[in-house]
Each structure stands twice: as C-alpha cells, then as structure tokens.
Write a protein that binds this ligand. Structure first.
Ligand SMILES: *[C@@H]1O[C@H](CO)[C@@H](O)[C@H](O)[C@H]1NC(C)=O
Ligand SMILES: *[C@@H]1O[C@H](CO)[C@@H](O)[C@H](O)[C@H]1NC(C)=O
Ligand SMILES: *[C@@H]1O[C@H](CO)[C@@H](O)[C@H](O)[C@H]1NC(C)=O
Length: 239
C-alpha cells in the first residue's frame, strides 16, 4: 500500500514535470490559489471587479492571462507581484486610486495586449513606462483629471499599439511625432483635454481635428479656438 502511494506520488510528479517540459500552463490549482474576494476560472481569468479592494490582491495564479481589478480603490501596482504574471494578456485597472506608475511597474509583461488605466489619479507618464510592452495593442488612459504630462517618448517602443485613448485628462500638449511614427496606430482619442493650440503645436492641432473624424459619435474637441487653428492647419496642408 505504501509502495503504491509512493508510486502514485512519483506519477504525479512525473506528470507535472512532463507538463512543464511540454510548455503546458499548469492549472491554477497547481500554482497559487485564488485571491480572496476574486473569482478564478479555468480560462485563467481572475475577476476582482468592484470588491472594495484597497491593495493589489495576493495569491494570484501564476498563469493568469486576464486580470480584472476595475472599480476598486487600489492605490498602487506593486512591480514585483505584478511582474510574476508573465503570461498576462489583459489587465483592467480602471476606476481605482492609482497615483503613480513607473518603468518597473510593467517591466516584464511582454505578452500584455490590453491595458486599461482609465479613471485613476495619475499625474504624469514618464519615459519608458510602457517600454517593455512589446505586444500592447490597446491602451486606455482616459479620465485621469490631473494627468497633465506625457513624456514625448512614452509610447516610442510600443510598435504593436493600434488604439491609444488619452481623452478627458488635463493635457495641454502632446508631442505627436512619436505617435505618428508608430506603424500600427489606427485610432487616437484626444478629446476633452485643455489643448493649448499655437504654432509650436501645429501637428497636435491637426491630429485633434482629424480625430473628430476618426472617433465619430464621440463629442468633438471642446475648444472652438482649437478647432479654428486646426482647420487652418488642415486647409494649409495640401492633400
Ligand atoms: C467606480 O467604482 C465605484 C465602486 O468602487 C462605482 O460606484 C463607480 O460608479 C465607478 N465609476 C465608474 C466611472 O465606473
Ligand atoms: C490641470 O492643470 C492646471 C495647470 O495646467 C492646474 O492648474 C489644474 O489644477 C489641473 N487640474 C487638476 C484637476 O489637477
Ligand atoms: C518631440 O519629441 C521628439 C523626440 O523626443 C523631439 O525630437 C522633438 O523635438 C519633439 N518636438 C517638440 C515640438 O517638442
């Protein structure tokens, strides 16, 4: 009996080793458990929305692919815990209390395709904040009322980025030269910011105007003056 038990333990261990060797993701049951107040499913989705969490959940399955943290009061994304989740594809942190993100926050999330940081309290986006996110396709960064600064090269390395939304922040300027250079970008949300339009930001103004066509159904740029400048810019370029 004892021999049998030992044999089956060996079997399990072998099966696990084979699984790991074959690159198969271990099931959540084999890695860490499921965080308190969250629901984890077989598809490696961890759903923690609206649970009044004030800190990032512990005990996340290491193989998590989708992590939904929206509608909580989380004030900080701890780089170490977050970057253990190297298979993460989808991360929704919208409607929390995040005040800061840095280069190390998303340092290891190379598979991340969707990131939502809307409805937080971010004030600035530094260079290289999203530098490691080589697979990022969609970035939602709207409704951070105090967000007044985005580093010119913040998105320079996100060559897979298709959709970037920075609507309804407190931005007065945005250097669009790095955005224009992004090969996959097809939609850019800029509305609801106090854009400062002058000759130095002519390119930006052009984009603010063009955006009106790209995002039909959304409200147009607030400032009438901006529209005037943009239109002037648009008419003076020969297409
Ligand atoms: C944000 O989350 C709170 C619950 O934590 C909810 O009451 C509120 O409606 C949410 N706001 C938005 C804009 O979704
Ligand atoms: C937006 O930025 C201006 C300065 O450009 C500042 O005076 C104002 O307080 C900011 N708004 C918020 C909500 O932080
Ligand atoms: C925009 O950013 C690029 C790259 O950092 C820089 O070379 C360029 O001078 C900037 N343009 C403006 C108008 O600030």
């Amino acid at each position: 009996m004892r021999v049998l038990a030992e044999a089956s333990v060996q079997c399990l261990r072998l099966a696990f080793l084979l699984m790991v060797a074959a690159g198969a993701a271990p099931s959540p049951a084999l890695s860490a458990g499921c965080p308190e107040r969250c629901v984890c499913d077989e598809q490696l989705v961890v759903q923690c929305a609206g649970q009044r969490l004030s800190v990032f959940p512990v005990d996340l399955p290491l193989a998590t692919r989708q992590l939904i943290l929206s509608d909580n009061r989380i004030g900080e994304l701890p780089p170490l815990q977050l970057n253990y989740l190297s298979d993460l594809v989808y991360l929704d942190c919208s409607n929390n209390s995040l005040t800061e993100i840095s280069e190390s926050t998303f340092g290891n999330l190379r598979k991340l395709a969707y990131l939502d940081l809307s409805f937080n309290a971010l004030a600035r986006i530094e260079d290289r904040t999203f530098g490691a996110l080589a697979s990022l396709v969609m970035l939602r960064l709207t409704d951070n009322p105090g967000l007044s600064e985005i580093h010119p090269d913040a998105f320079a390395e996100n060559s897979a980025l298709q959709v970037l939304d920075v609507s309804r922040n407190n931005l007065t300027t945005l250097n669009v030269s790095t955005l224009v250079a992004l090969p996959a970008l097809r939609a850019l949300g800029l509305s609801g910011n106090p854009w400062r339009c002058d000759c130095d930001t002519e390119d930006l103004c052009l984009w603010v105007h063009i955006e009106g066509f790209k995002f039909q159904g959304e409200r147009r740029v607030q400032s009438g003056r901006a529209e005037h400048f943009c239109l002037t810019s648009l008419l003076s370029t020969k297409y």
